[in-house]
Design a protein around this ligand. Sequence first.
Ligand code: MG
Length: 398
Amino acid sequence: MKAINLLGSTGSIGTQTLDIVTHHPDRFRIVGLAAGNNVKMLAAQIRQFRPKIAAICSQEKLPALQEAVKDLDPQPILLAGEAGVIEVARYGDAETVVTGIVGCAGLLPTIAAIEAGKDIALANKETLIAGGPVVLPLVNKYGVKLLPADSEHSAIFQCLQGVPKGGLRRILLTASGGAFRDWDVEKLAEVTVADALKHPNWSMGRKITVDSATLMNKGLEVIEAHFLFDLDYKDIDIVIHPQSIIHSLIELQDTSVLAQLGWPDMRLPLLYALSWPDRIYTEWEQLDLVKAGNLTFREPDHQKYPCMQLAYAAGKAGGSMPAVLNAANEQAVALFLEEKIQFLDIPRCIESVCDRHQNDNCTNPSLDDILAADRWARQEVLNATKKLATSSRIISVR
Ligand code: MG
C-alpha cells in the first residue's frame, strides 16, 4: 500500500490521480491533499479520501474549508497558504508526492518533499525546468526518486527499463502539434483564447493546453528530458506525430529504436509513476492498432512555432536562463488567457526577456537566484505589456 501526498488535487492531474486511487484502494491511500482555491471540490475530496492533512493555497478560503468539513471525525489538520502546501508536501508517512501544481509555484513544495525523503511523481515540469540546477543535487543527496508523470517522459522512462547505463543515444519526443497544427501561419495572428484551449488529443489544464498550442510545451519538455535523463540537447529531437499514440521513443547506441504506445490518457503515465516498478492491471480501454489506423510523422515547423527553438537556446544557455524562459512563458500565457496580449505576442515576450537576461545569466544558480530570476522575468513581461497598452503597438522585439 503506497501512501501519497497529492499537490494540486483539484486540477487535471489531481483529479486523475484520485481516480486511480479510487479504482485501486488496495494499492494506494491518500495522506495529504493540497489545492489552490476550489473549496467545494477540496472539501468533497477530503470527505471521500479522509486525508490526515489538507491545505488550501488561498489564505482567505480557510474558514470556508473549515466550515465545509467541520462534521468530520477525526478532523484533518487544515492549513492555508503556500506554507500550508509545503507542509502537506513534507507531511507524515507518505512515500510519494504527486506534484500536480501548475507552474513554478510547484518548486518550493517539491523541494520540501525531497528534503523529507519522499519520492516525487513529477507532474509539474516547471519544477525541473526552473529548478533543475538546485533540485537534482537534492534528489541525489536525499536518495529519492524522480518518477516522470509527463506522458513523453514516462514513455522514455518506460523504454529505458532494462537499458544498461551508456546504452541511450538519442531521445525522440513526439508532439501532437497542438490546436493549430493544421492552421496557416498567417491565421495565427487572430487566434482567440477559446481556439487555443481546444486540444485535439489530450484533456489537460488551461496553461498546458496553451503551451501545447504554441509548442512551448514541447520546448519545455526538451529541457525536462535533458535534466531527467542527463542527455545533451543535441541528442534530444522533436517529431510531430498528430495521432498521439506513440508517446515518445528512445534510440540506443546500436540504432535500435524503442517506443511506448497507448491511447492518449494521462492516467497511464500517472499510474506508472505511482506503481513503478510494478505493473498494475487496469480496466482501461486496450490499444487497438487497427482502430488507431495510420501513425504519421512530420518535421516540426520552427517558423510557425518559434517557442521550441527559444527553449533549446535557453536550455543550452543553462544556469538561470531556463527559469527565465519558463517564468516569461507563464506570465505571457496568463496575459493571453486574460486576453491582454495576442497569441503571437507569447513567443515575442519570451524572446525579448531571454535576450535581456543574457548578460545576467547566473551559471550556477542557487535557489534564491532562481526565484529572483523568475520574479524578474515575470515583471519584465508585465512591463513590456504596459508599454504595449500605452503605445498600442505590438511588443517590440529586435
Ligand atoms: Mg507531455
